[in-house]
Design a protein around this ligand. Structure first.
Ligand SMILES: [Fe+2]
Length: 210
């Protein structure tokens, strides 16, 4: 069964002014679509692999044939990373992390503000295209910040992603040009912490939950 592009949960303009509608439309309808299409194309000669969930493909990347491993890493990674990115965003609101995620951030980083500073630093200083993630590390079940290049996925490392920020230029260049730090500052205002909290609870249930 071919992989499909999930629709956005909100309109292209819902994240204004943090993320502009034109960027959202291009990012979702062109960039994310291309990862899904290219993944399906790479899997065409391998019907058994095409049946696997995209997350399982990434967890078992070492078992993917050499001929398509790079294409799967880039395009399954691009698909999963963008799904997570859209999931954890929502219209601007006066939100802050509460519940389990609020407690865990305080436990592992000292305070939300300290976590935010560390994550912002990881995202703004990441060289070139890539992502910053908040993950649940295994087996200690502690929160950690990691940055990965290109479309690499945290699932390859067995760590469920709870939050991610896309720092490819396509995510911000139309509005912010080369000012990645300004994009980060605005991006925090559209993080849907209730979704991040839900993802943390799922990750605590089991490593295969996400
Ligand atoms: Fe992107």
């Amino acid at each position: 069964m071919a992989h499909k592009l999930p629709p956005l949960r909100f309109g292209y303009d819902a994240l204004e002014p943090s993320i502009d509608a034109e960027t959202m439309e291009l990012h979702h309808d062109k960039h994310h679509t291309a990862y899904v299409d290219n993944l399906n194309k790479a899997l065409e000669p391998y019907p058994q692999l095409a049946e696997l969930a995209v997350e399982d493909l990434l967890r078992r990347l070492d078992q993917v044939p050499d001929a398509i491993r790079t294409a799967v890493r880039n395009n399954a990674g691009g698909h999963v990373n963008h799904q997570l990115f859209w999931d954890i965003l929502g219209p601007p609101a006066d939100r802050s992390p509460k519940g389990a995620i609020g407690d865990a951030l305080k436990r592992d980083f000292g305070s939300f503000e300290h976590f935010q500073a560390l994550f912002t630093d990881a995202a703004t200083t990441h060289f070139g295209a890539g992502w910053a993630f908040l993950v649940m590390s295994a087996p200690r079940q502690r929160l950690e910040i990691v940055s990965l290049p290109n479309q690499d996925s945290v699932l390859e490392h067995g760590t469920p992603g709870l939050l991610c920020c896309d720092v490819w230029e396509h995510a911000y260049y139309l509005k912010y040009r080369n000012r990645r730090a300004d994009y980060l500052n605005a991006w925090w205002k559209v993080v849907a912490w209730d979704v991040v909290d839900e993802r943390l609870r799922d990750a605590m249930v089991g490593p295969s939950a996400r």
